[in-house]
Write a protein that binds this ligand. Sequence first.
Ligand SMILES: [Zn+2]
Length: 519
Amino acid sequence: MTNKRRVIIFDTTLRDGEQSPGASMNLSEKLEIAQALVDLGVDVIEAGFPIASPGDFEAVRQIAQVVRGSTICGLARCNDKDIDRAWEALKAAPAPRIHVFLATSAIHREFKLKMTKEEIIERAVSGVKRAAGYCDDIEFSPEDAARTEPDFLCAVVEAAINAGATTVNIPDTVGYATPAHMGKVIRTLRDRVPNIDKAVISIHCHNDLGLAVANSLSAVESGAGQIECTINGIGERAGNCSLEEVVMALRTRGDFYDADTRIQTERLVPTSRLVSNVTGMLVQRNKAIVGRNAFAHEAGIHQDGMLKERTTYEIMRPEDVGFTQTDLVLGKHSGRAALADRAKALGYHLTGEQLQTVFEQFKLLADKKKEIYDADVAALIDQEIHDIAEQWSLESYHVSCGTGGKPTVKLSLRRGDQAITQELTCGDGPVDAIFLAIEKITGVEVVCRDFRVQAVTVGKDAQGEVNVEIEHQGQLYRGRGISTDSVEASAKAFLNAINRVAIRKGKPLHPQHSAVDGV
Ligand SMILES: [Zn+2]
């Protein structure tokens, strides 16, 4: 790399991303994603909001303990309890960062906080100081900065830097900014805050107007040195700035921005797939960079140009972002070493025990399916990661059904060493009957909000992937199941979602962070 300015990539998939409805992840899933983010070359990982729930605390604590290679950050509101709790979770990390936030816009001051401007500055200063007593790396966010009066924003930022903030993050919490506006906000800070060179200016954009990436780029052009973003752009409402898009814009247009990141771009597609599989939030086909069609040239005129000279219609190469040219095929005779090799190339870090389980599943699959593609391997591993916290698992099912009559289902589920069988005649079709039987056995009643079946790979013997979204007591949960038998995949997906409900039960709910809680 030349002497281009390096922009810090701050990933908040595990914090802001996880706040999108139904995207909650369990501990092992969070650890897997954190590890993938390190491999991707992310500088800072925001691992969670430790005071939000015991689960959040534990995830941040474990990531701080085991993940090496990136700064680990935890979010806290501007009060002693939050900050102390964040530090408690972060202290084992070699490079910890505490991120404190406080709303500064008039509407938040008046209606949410009921505090004057002076009180806001006082609170911000005391919060930053308390955090700075724990570690050197402190980020401060004036929440809803994009709607804060410029004079007051400058005053708050100056006071936070004086108190010890090393990064000042400018959140467009509600996705209100436009590129020219955001560029102006950053330039104002650079021109008018006397100590601004003592901190890195960061940008945090939401995508309500579809402008999060554009606004972030505009901020970088005006001097921001850190971008906050998420994989696949997941996040509340329309989501956050998408990491893969903003990184590839900087890489592809380095000539214009004279800036770059240390992201290993060939890890973008594997990381995107991992996050999509774990959260159940599918990536749209035409999504820039990581969508299935992002590099597909269907139009004849484009194909002709492409064959003569790729760069006529291609500004990036698919392999630059991690689309592999050849999907390596494994089969019945592939050994454990070959599987381990593919798993590694796909970005997974499996323990010996996990590899053994995946290998056993792989052998079973190889009996049913001649050629096993990368996507099949990824699906098997994701299933394994999902299954760790599983309470209920599928033992067997039998359904008989046909046109005109109600299906009869005999379903056996296992929990620990207890197996329960239920026989029912109910529902409308085999999938509905199985779902009802699962509800009956587990005692968890839900409303099914979404149900999708798709093929993992190509061919008649391809594995079916089922994604379901269910609602239980006002909360959304997603589940995913894979099998060469699509009815069995449906049962697994539904159970996966039910297990998430079961894990959550008896624990305090993740607070519903709305636009006014979190940056
Ligand atoms: Zn946010």
